[in-house]
Write a protein that binds this ligand. Structure first.
Ligand code: GDP
Length: 521
């Protein structure tokens, strides 16, 4: 749905870089974002009311040329990672803030690792140089150990000394961002196509209804466009920039607040412009269905491939029949090619009944049933709700993969009769909910004590009430000790856990787990 096609090279024009500010807590991320924004106020039209809408754009000059930079107005890598987890790549450049009086800290490195995982170039803002004890040189040498070498030391990373508080070095930082963008990235987009992008922030406003800040990534978004954003849809009734000024259109890299959606999307949801409201509604409903099924999805049954092999062995069937669904046509083709190359001799053969792109549908399940227990392979896709229900009722085996070789190995093993369940679930930690905190915009956060093992951020989790699983497929979205974000909390310690799931109760148990490779017999 989020197409790659932007037309010809010739249609691409430069777009501003999109920047996320990351770094250790208290090193000045929020202050820096405010300062950059306020420094730029002069360049704005008078009379606007500054509002935090989740992102803003500033204008600066480089080599006499007027240039824009878009800043994501949520400091920290949490939002960055949450969006990435949802498949949205929003950031082009990361500004890594390091307080010169405090130096490199664990979260500095964590932030750096996130930027690297996303393949995003880093500009280092050495902050608080106004403070006594500030040692910007030390910051540079500390980061050298993490292969982040300042240009002046022969490396390729721009370090800029700043004081977010005193407004020192801000222009240099903006310049460094643009220089890094120009040197390392090809930031161009086609403005002449229906807009696509990502929701950065959204909420329900009492007077205005659902309000979403979106970042346009391609094309131009216009008032009157019908859009789908995650499971939300609607027609753009009005667009506002971060000065509250009404816009008629928003080009690539422009963040705008959009009014007119019929429900509130989630941060990280992609949006697209579609031909009309009807199509928008349809897509949104399909997505909602898919989302529900993803929430319901547990790991697929592990039985049928073995059964299938037994049938093969007994000569009851001579073919393993597959239906392959994948997220993009390239992966489906690659997987099909690879599977068809598996050769285990004449006796056991493999046949692909159907292949396609998109969620597993009722059609696929029906086809599998019709053809005597064909197995459905979901490569980075999940079933729609009805398809899942039907598959469960009828015992159709759906197997999920996200790595081609794993699919190949398992199916080859099935064909050879060597199949052992490759993974088993291991509970890694449990925590009991002692208190519930209502956090505006985030939802309920569980005040917990870790009862066993280790609770690790980003790990998979489920919620257990009176011994019954009441919600599965959750994630430890946030993990805090007191005011600090932490990556793990051990048995006996207290912590705050955000699951992105609000229906929690005191005494509920949060259980985290992971799939581990099972040793082969
Ligand atoms: P964040 O947790 O990284 O978002 O940090 P904040 O922006 O909230 O800053 C933490 C504290 O450091 C606040 O009290 C800021 O006023 C202060 N601070 C931020 N930047 C500077 C700076 O350049 N100089 C000084 N002296 N203090 C700063």
């Amino acid at each position: 749905e989020f197409g790659e096609d932007q037309g010809d090279e010739a249609d691409l024009v430069p777009r501003p870089p999109v920047v996320t500010v990351m770094g250790h807590v208290d090193h000045g991320k929020t202050k820096l974002l405010d300062t950059i924004r306020n420094t730029n106020v002069a360049a704005r039209e008078a009379g606007g009311i500054t509002q935090h809408i989740g992102a803003y754009q500033v204008t600066t000059t480089l080599d006499g040329e007027e240039r824009k930079i878009t800043f994501i107005d949520t400091p920290g890598h949490e939002a960055f990672t949450a969006m990435r987890a949802r498949g949205a790549q929003v950031t082009d450049i990361a500004v890594l803030v390091v307080a010169a009086d405090d130096g490199v800290k664990p979260q500095t490195i964590e932030a750096l690792n996130h930027a690297r995982a996303a393949d995003v170039p880093v500009v280092v803002a050495v902050n608080k140089i106004d403070k006594e004890g500030a040692d910007p040189i030390k910051v540079r040498s500390q980061l050298t150990e993490y292969d982040l070498v300042a240009e002046e030391y022969g490396g390729s990373t721009l370090f800029v000394d700043i004081s977010a508080k005193e407004g020192i070095g801000i222009d240099n930082l903006l310049e460094a961002i643009l220089l890094t963008a120009d040197a390392e990235l090809d930031l161009r987009a086609n403005p002449d196509m229906p807009a696509q992008g990502v929701a950065i922030e959204a909420h329900l406003d009492k007077g205005r209804g659902p309000v979403a800040t979106v970042l346009v990534q391609r094309g131009t978004l216009r008032v009157g466009d019908s859009i789908v954003c995650g499971e939300a849809f609607g027609r753009v009734r009005a667009m506002l920039d971060d000065n509250g000024k009404a816009l008629k259109e928003a080009p690539p890299s422009c963040p705008v607040q959009v009014l007119g959606l019929t429900s509130v999307p989630r941060a990280g949801d992609n949006f697209i412009v579609v031909p009309d409201d009807r199509v928008a509604r349809q897509i949104a409903q399909q997505r909602a269905a898919r989302q529900r099924s993803a929430e319901m999805a547990k790991s697929g049954r592990r039985r049928t491939l073995e059964e299938m092999f037994k049938d093969l062995e007994k000569g009851k069937v001579s073919e393993l029949k597959l239906i392959i669904k994948g997220d993009v046509s390239g992966s489906v083709e690659a997987l099909e090619d690879a599977l068809l190359k598996i050769d285990v001799g004449e006796e056991a053969k493999l046949r692909v009944l159907h292949r396609g792109v998109g969620a597993i549908t009722e059609y696929d399940v029906n086809l599998a049933m019709a053809d005597d227990n064909a197995v459905i392979i979901g490569f980075n896709v999940r079933p729609e709700v009805r398809a899942r229900e039907l598959a469960e009722r009828e015992g159709v085996d759906i197997r999920y993969y996200s790595v081609i070789y794993q699919a190949i190995e398992e199916i080859e093993a099935a064909l050879k009769g060597l199949l052992k369940p490759e993974y088993e679930e291991v509970v890694t930690g449990t925590a009991e909910i002692r208190e519930i905190f209502r956090v505006p915009k985030i939802g309920n956060v569980a005040g917990c004590v870790v009862r066993s093992g280790v609770i690790t951020r980003n790990s998979k989790a489920r919620l257990i009430r009176d011994g019954t699983v009441v919600a599965d497929n959750l994630t430890i979205e946030s993990l805090r000790r007191f005011k600090d974000d932490v990556t793990e909390v051990r048995e006996g310690f207290e912590c705050g856990i955000g699951l992105g799931y609000n229906d929690i109760k005191i005494e509920d148990v949060i259980e985290t787990f992971e799939m581990r490779e099972k040793p082969r017999a």
